[in-house]
Design a protein around this ligand. Structure first.
Ligand SMILES: Cc1cc2nc3c(=O)[nH]c(=O)nc-3n(C[C@H](O)[C@H](O)[C@H](O)COP(=O)(O)OP(=O)(O)OC[C@H]3O[C@@H](n4cnc5c(N)ncnc54)[C@H](O)[C@@H]3O)c2cc1C
Length: 442
C-alpha cells in the first residue's frame, strides 16, 4: 500500500519536505500532493541566512553545490551604533561560516531540484487554500476554500504563521476537552494563536552601488552588521553582489505578548526610520536616506505550542513555531522540521496504520529544539538592544550604554554563546535519536 501524503503550503517547509522525500523515500511507497494557496511558488521578502546546521541538510539533499554559486558569506560584526562615535566591538566567530541569499533563489532551487514534471508520485495544486480538515480512523479529509475536498493518509500543515491546519488541529484538541474542562479548552485555543513579540521590523533591500555612489566608505558596504544600541537595533548583510538586506527594528517597551494593534504588514515611509534613528551613527543615517520601498512587519511568534501533531496531522515550519527574526533561524528550523519529518515518512516501516505513532516521534524530537531556538531568537534581539532583564548577570548597563568595551564584551560573549547552536548540534544527530525512538515505538 502506498502512503498518501498531503502537504498544505508550498513555502520553504513544504518544498523542503518534498525534497527530503525525493531523496530518502522509495518512489513506490508514497504519493505526495502539495496544495498551495497561491498561483505559483513564490516568496515575499528579501534575504535569508542559513548556517552550518541547515547546510548539512542541503549537503545530504545534494543541493549544497548548486547553492554555493548563488550565495555570499559575510562576516558578522557587532557595532555600538547609537552614537556619533561608533565602533565595532566584536566580530562573531562562526565556524563553517554562514550563507546568505535572496529568498526567491532558495525557492527556485528547491523547485528546480524537485523536477516536478518528471516525478510521477508528486502532484502540485495551485490556488488550493485549505480551510479545514476532518480526521477519522482511516484518513484525513481536506476542505478547500473553493469547496472541493481531498483525502489523504496524513496531512502536513506547512501553511505558515496563519496556518489553517493549526487552527483546525487546536479547535479539535480544545473540542475534546471542552465539555469537562471549558476553561482549559479556552486556554488551549488561546495558546495556539500568534502573539506579538513587541517588535516591528522595517524591511528593504539596499542597492550596494547606489549607496557606494553617495557614501563610498560606508561601513554597511563591507560585510554583515548588527548595529546595536539602547532599545533599538538594525541588521544588514549582503545577499548578492548587488543587494544588501536591511532590517530595521523598532521595539516597543513592554510589547512582548501584548495584542497587536494594527495590521501585521503595511507600507512605511523612510521618514519613520530617519526619525527613529536620527541620533545613531552617520553611516546608518545616510543609508536610511537612500532606501526605496519599505515594508513594516509586526513580528509575531507561535510560542510554546504544546504539540506539533494530532493523530494523522502534523505542523511543520512557521505553522508550528513562527519566531522572531533576530537569530536568522526561522527558515533553518522549517528545514530541520522537514528533514526529520521527511525521514520519518520515508522510513520503510511507516504505513497508513501506524502514522499517528510515527508523528509522535516527530513531535518529541523537533518541538523541544524549535522551542529553544525561538527563545534564543527572542533573547538575542533584546541583547542587541541592551535590555536590562536580558543582559548577563553582573553587567553594568550604564557602562554599556556609555560604550565601555569591557562591559560590551560581556554582551558579545553571551551572544557568541547563544549563536553556537547554529553549528554545534547537527540535524543528523536528531535523526539518529528519532530513528531509535521510532523503532522502539512501532
Ligand atoms: C522580516 C523577516 C525576516 C526573516 N529573516 C530570516 C532569516 O534571515 N533566516 C531565516 O532562517 N528565517 C528568516 N525569517 C523566517 C522565515 O521567513 C520563515 O521561518 C520561513 O519562511 C517559514 O517557511 P514556511 O514554509 O514554514 O512558511 P511560509 O514561508 O509562510 O510559507 C507558507 C506557504 O503556505 C501557503 N499557504 C498559506 N496558507 C495556506 C492555506 N490555507 N492552504 C494552502 N497553502 C497555504 C503560503 O502561500 C506559502 O506559500 C524571516 C522572517 C521575517 C518575517
Amino acid at each position: 500500500m502506498t502512503l498518501k501524503i498531503a502537504v498544505c503550503g508550498g513555502g520553504i517547509s513544504g518544498l523542503s519536505l518534498a525534497l527530503v522525500l525525493k531523496r530518502f523515500a522509495s518512489p513506490e511507497a508514497l504519493t505526495l500532493d502539495i496544495y498551495e494557496a497561491g498561483p505559483v511558488f513564490t516568496e515575499i521578502g528579501a534575504g535569508i541566512t542559513v548556517w552550518h546546521r541547515t547546510r548539512s541538510i542541503f549537503a545530504s539533499l545534494g543541493i549544497e553545490e548548486a547553492l554555493k554559486n548563488r550565495v555570499v558569506s559575510p562576516p558578522f560584526t557587532l557595532r555600538k551604533s547609537d552614537t556619533k562615535e561608533p565602533f565595532g566591538f566584536h566580530t562573531m566567530d562562526i565556524p563553517h561560516g554562514s550563507m546568505a541569499l535572496p529568498r526567491i533563489d532558495m525557492i527556485k532551487l528547491l523547485v528546480d531540484s524537485l523536477q516536478i514534471d518528471s516525478t510521477p508520485w508528486l502532484h502540485v495544486h495551485f490556488r488550493k487554500r485549505l480551510e479545514s480538515y476532518e480526521q477519522d480512523a482511516t484518513g484525513v479529509t481536506l476542505r478547500f476554500a473553493d469547496g472541493s475536498t481531498s483525502r489523504a493518509d496524513v496531512l502536513v500543515g506547512a501553511d505558515g504563521i496563519g496556518s489553517h491546519t493549526r487552527k483546525t488541529m487546536y479547535a479539535d484538541i480544545a473540542g475534546r476537552v471542552a465539555e469537562k474542562r471549558p476553561d482549559e479548552a479556552a486556554a488551549i485555543l488561546q495558546g495556539a494563536q500568534p502573539t506579538w513579540t513587541g517588535t516591528y521590523a522595517y524591511r528593504t533591500l539596499l542597492d550596494a552601488e547606489e549607496l557606494r555612489a553617495v557614501s563610498p566608505e560606508n561601513v554597511l558596504l563591507s560585510g554583515g552588521y548588527m548595529w546595536c544600541g539602547n532599545g533599538q537595533h538594525v541588521i544588514s548583510y549582503p545577499i548578492s553582489k548587488k543587494w544588501i538586506n536591511f532590517l530595521v527594528f523598532d521595539t516597543i517597551p513592554g510589547g512582548l505578548g501584548k495584542p497587536l494593534a494594527g495590521p501585521s504588514v503595511s507600507l512605511a515611509s523612510k521618514d519613520e526610520l530617519t526619525d527613529l534613528y536620527k541620533d545613531w551613527e552617520d553611516d546608518l543615517c545616510v543609508a536610511m536616506e537612500n532606501i526605496g520601498d519599505l515594508s513594516k512587519w509586526a513580528i509575531s511568534h507561535i510560542r510554546g505550542l504544546p504539540q506539533y501533531n494530532d493523530e494523522r496531522v502534523a505542523l511543520c515550519g512557521d505553522s508550528a513555531h513562527a519566531m522572531s527574526t533576530h537569530f536568522g533561524a526561522g527558515a533553518g528550523q522549517a528545514i530541520d522540521d522537514s528533514y526529520i519529518l521527511g525521514r520519518i515518512l520515508a522510513h520503510p516501516s511507516i504505513t497508513a496504520d501506524n502514522i499517528a505513532e510515527a508523528l509522535k516521534t516527530y513531535d518529541a524530537i523537533r518541538r523541544p529544539i524549535a522551542g529553544d531556538v525561538l527563545e534564543r531568537s527572542l533573547r538575542i534581539g533584546f541583547l542587541y538592544e541592551f535590555h536590562p532583564e536580558h543582559v548577563p548577570t553582573g553587567t553594568d548597563l550604564e557602562k554599556v550604554r556609555a560604550g565601555d568595551r569591557a562591559e560590551l564584551r560581556k554582551i558579545a560573549d553571551e551572544l557568541q554563546d547563544i549563536w553556537r547552536f547554529h553549528w554545534e548540534w547537527m540535524p543528523e544527530r536528531d535523526w539518529e535519536r528519532a530513528q531509535v525512538m521510532l523503532e522502539e515505538w512501532l
